[in-house]
Design a protein around this ligand. Structure first.
Ligand code: SDX
Length: 392
């Protein structure tokens, strides 16, 4: 259009869309899904109910939730040939790379999921991925642990079934634990959506080309994998373990985080939007203390995390840059208590974020948003003539 182009690296001051799904107030530390506060939803709702709220805009009636749940159970099988793709990975493959690949591969086994020209077709694709994603996520864990695949048990709830598919032990059965289920349910709710973060923006822009829902989600998983984004929850535990191995020397790591010449960052600290506190981090910190207490687990890294936070929250470097614990700072401590290995933490984030990605993709398609195609300011060479190779 020849208009003025302004560059906004990282889109720090650029809005990409209008949305009615999630509201954030970074100054006041407010997070609401469709107008409901995260504090209330984390306490009073369950994950599938919140998924329904995010995707369709209203808290479901009992009949609506039962139908959603049953429609999902109907679709919980994954084609046996998908195992051949999983088998192709080495045990050392990172679960996020496996999950992104399996999500994209799922298209081949569900070709109808690409056509979302009607709301009915869209609903079918949404229910399919809501059903199959936890299976694929659990399979990524079975792969790295060398365990046989567990196909789940439809008599269990959504979150219970997901936990069982991940952690059931062949020949040793599986021990249900309501404390574990409640903690997992709360964590998934707290991760369910967060307006236009990096991975959600990725899902939207891939979906804006009318690539299907599963292809858009596969791209979102890859974006979430990065240590500056969802991958931070794994990086936090690795950092805390390093500090523990270093005799709990938090001062050394605070100094490294402040040293401009040291690429080390205090993982789990800072946020693009929250400039006072991340309300999710507050809830997760309390939940971590409760869950470890209820399960009778002493995890020294929780004390190291709290010690690190106390020092950083009183240090001018962090206070002046408004760097506070974010959603990733304490979550790994709970995942660990639930028996989930560190390399699976970002997969847990993806399972939680799935309904948010779906909701944002659906809103983008229903609002018929144009294909995402930003401009640039060219800073390369002016015109020059071709030179034959013997003259270069
Ligand atoms: C998530 O967007 C979302 O909503 C994401 C998320 C979601 O739910 O989808 O909330 C989930 O991704 C949470 C964030 C997880 N990432 C981490 O914990 C990684 C560590 N944090 C940072 O890399 C950083 O804080 C970001 C990526 C979270 C935010 O980066 P910004 O907004 O681009 O800020 P910046 O990199 O420009 O930093 C501003 C200043 C810089 O110092 P100066 O150049 O001004 O001197 O603060 C410093 C940075 O060096 N800084 C840090 C720091 N984070 C920022 N210094 C040390 N440790 C850190 N963690």
């Amino acid at each position: 259009s020849g208009g003025i182009i302004t560059i906004d690296p990282g889109y720090k001051n650029t809005g990409s869309c209008e949305s009615a799904i999630t509201f954030l107030d970074g100054e006041k530390g407010i997070l609401r899904y469709r107008g409901y506060s995260i504090e209330e939803l984390a306490e009073k709702a369950d994950f599938l109910e919140v998924a329904y709220l995010l995707i369709f805009g209203e808290l479901p009636t009992k009949a609506q939730l039962d139908k959603f749940n049953n429609d999902i159970k109907e679709q919980s099988e994954v084609d046996e040939d998908m195992k051949k793709i999983l088998d192709g990975f080495p045990k050392t493959a990172h679960p996020m790379g496996v999950l992104s690949s399996l999500t994209s591969a799922l298209i081949a086994f569900n070709p109808s999921s690409v056509d979302v020209s009607s709301e009915e077709a869209m609903y079918k694709a949404i229910v399919k991925i809501m059903a199959k994603f936890p299976v694929l996520a659990a399979w990524t864990m079975r792969k790295i642990k060398g365990l046989p695949l567990d196909y789940g048990d439809d008599s269990l709830g959504y979150v219970e079934n997901f936990h069982k598919m991940m952690l059931s032990k062949p020949n040793k059965g599986y021990e249900a634990n309501q404390i574990v289920y409640d903690a997992l349910d709360k964590l998934l709710i707290l991760h369910a959506d967060h307006e236009q973060n990096c991975s959600t923006s990725t899902v939207r822009i891939v979906g804006s080309s009318h690539a299907g829902l599963f292809a858009s989600l596969s791209a979102g998983i890859s974006a979430l994998w990065g240590p500056l984004h969802g991958g931070a929850n794994q990086a936090v535990i690795e950092m805390l373990e390093a500090i523990k191995a270093d005799g709990g020397d938090t001062a050394k790591y605070i100094a490294k985080a402040k040293d401009k010449n040291d690429p080390f960052r205090l993982m789990g600290f800072g946020h693009r939007v929250y400039k006072n506190f991340d309300p999710r981090a507050k809830i997760i910190k309390t939940a971590a203390e409760e869950v470890l207490g209820d399960l009778g687990i002493e995890d020294p890294v929780l004390d190291i995390a709290k010690g690190l936070a106390d020092v950083a929250l009183n240090d001018e470097y962090f206070v002046s840059r408004k760097l506070y614990p974010n959603v990733d700072f304490y979550s790994g401590i709970i995942y660990r208590a639930l028996g989930i290995p560190t390399e699976m933490f970002t997969v847990m984030f993806a399972v939680g974020r799935l309904p948010g990605w779906i909701a944002q993709w659906r809103e983008m398609r229903l609002r018929k948003e144009p294909i995402g195609r930003p401009r640039q300011i060219y800073i390369g060479e002016n015109h020059r003539d071709f030179k034959p190779i013997d003259q270069r």
